[in-house]
Design a binder for this molecule. Structure first.
Ligand code: PEP
Ligand code: CO
Length: 451
């Protein structure tokens, strides 16, 4: 039975099949945890989600670009200010490169402050020869490779809330308190990045931005009072997978009376949980945040249009972002019919490219990896498909880290297969390191300029 807008409630999803949920051993404990979460403050305010919606509306209409990026999965162990700061630095650097290169506003959305739960294709995984329940993220269980550690523990949902709150707090401090001030553009270049070709290229842009600021000052523009020079908006997002977390954080906005999922500004539905009759689509149809949906190679034009009708029936620009993850070898063939169908249905969407998730493979050493060239190849195919269809390539969705990890292969200072072991730290999918991320930003800026 379809729930209508008037009968929707944060709990109506429970009547439907919900994929990828943990098998909690004691459902009563989950209910108690949800009750506690209902009593805790929202992490974001509905008015902020509306501001992001407006910014994404500009993207949907081709006047801005979306940069959504962060960890594959955040870790409860990685809570330090340094980790958050280094991630933010790369996001700001990439954004400076894209804004400067394409002379368009860049909407910055982190996979951060709540990206704690993973969908898994397989129920089990083999770690050091032992078969265990697959790791589903720290809000579900520990990543320790023992059967006991992998038993889902609902207390971890509460811990996820507090970790999201402290991460978001620091993010707000950094982005509004001077760290993200455009006059600091040079300081975002970390040492290990600065010595690379991308780092040097970045220095050139940073110097030019500094000159532009001094020029504006020289002709009498009052920079001190210009908010957009001193503060940035970095929005939060995560996959809205764990519905026992999203439901109790969903609140009715006192200004409009509408429901908002106040766990993040933007939530997305993953490739594995986007079926129309499923709990996730039901849940996110009812909240008013900007919503994303991953679109993989199996999606048909009818599937995509039906998702658009369901998730954006009022045709609000910025409400819906379709995140295509087709694979480098298939994007040129699979994406154009979808772009055409959505355009013909006259439903405004942001089209973003996730060049990561359909380009994963395992090396002989057993590491899950992606090659930088495949990432770029999918991005180029995405831009080509939009050019062919006359639609706007609205954004990119990446998995990165601010650290000097060796998880994805290639790049200008190439990570080689035999080096994967040096710093392979991800708990789930391989992430671009800071240099590779900056390299992607430069190349995407070039693709945008060619538009
Ligand atoms: C992800 O973004 O980490 C993810 C699991 O993606 P997808 O749903 O596209 O596989
Ligand atoms: Co991932």
């Amino acid at each position: 039975m379809a729930v209508t807008e008037s009968t929707w409630a944060p709990s109506t999803w429970r009547a439907l099949p919900a994929g990828q949920q943990p098998a909690w051993p004691e459902p009563a404990v989950v209910d108690a945890v949800k009750e506690r979460l209902r009593g805790l403050p929202p992490l974001v305010f509905a008015g902020e989600a509306r501001n992001l919606l407006a910014a994404l509306g500009e993207v949907a209409e081709g006047r801005a670009f979306l940069l959504q990026a962060g960890d594959c999965v955040e870790s409860f162990r990685d809570v330090s200010a340094i980790t958050i700061r280094e991630k933010l630095k790369v996001l700001l650097q990439m954004s400076a490169v894209l804004t400067y290169g394409a002379t368009l506003p860049v909407v910055k959305v982190g996979r951060i402050a709540g990206q704690f739960t993973k969908p898994r294709t397989s129920e089990t995984e083999v770690v050091d020869g032992t078969e265990l329940p697959s790791f589903r993220g720290h809000t579900v269980h520990s990543d320790e490779p023992t059967a006991v550690a992998r038993v889902p523990d609902p207390e971890r949902i509460v811990q996820g809330y507090y970790q999201a709150a402290s991460t978001l707090n620091l993010l707000r401090a950094f982005t509004k308190g001077g760290f993200a001030d455009l006059t600091q553009v040079h300081t975002w270049n970390q040492e290990f990045v600065a010595s690379s070709p991308e780092g040097r290229r970045y220095e050139v842009i940073a110097t030019e931005i500094g000159r532009a600021l001094r020029f504006m000052q020289a002709i009498g523009i009052e920079l001190a009072s210009e908010r957009s020079i001193h503060e940035v908006d970095v929005w939060t997002s995560h996959e809205g997978l764990l519905l026992d977390y999203e439901e109790p954080l969903t609140r009715r906005d006192s200004l409009t009376g509408q429901w908002y999922d106040c766990s993040a500004h933007m939530l997305w539905i993953g490739e594995r949980t986007r079926e129309l009759g499923g709990a996730h689509v039901e849940f996110f149809a009812g909240v008013h945040n900007p919503i994303g949906v991953k679109i993989g190679p199996a999606a048909t034009a009818d599937d995509v249009v039906a998702l658009c009708e369901r998730l954006n029936p009022r045709r609000v620009p910025g409400r819906l972002t379709l995140i295509a993850r087709m694979g480098a070898d298939r994007v040129r063939e699979l994406l154009p019919p979808l772009l055409r169908a959505v355009r013909q249905a006259e439903i405004p969407v942001v089209w973003a490219c996730d060049p990561m998730h359909a380009n994963v493979y395992r090396t002989a050493s057993g590491h899950k990896t992606r090659h930088f060239d495949a990432v770029m190849d999918e991005l180029e195919g995405f831009f080509a498909a939009h050019r062919e269809q006359g639609t706007w390539p609205g954004g990119v969705h990446l998995e990165f880290t601010g650290e000097d990890v060796t998880e994805c292969l290639g790049g200008s200072l190439a990570v080689l297969e035999e080096q994967l072991d040096h710093r392979y730290e991800t708990l789930c999918d391989p992430r671009l390191n800071a240099r590779q991320s900056l390299d992607v930003a430069f190349r995407v800026a070039e693709l945008m300029r060619a538009e």
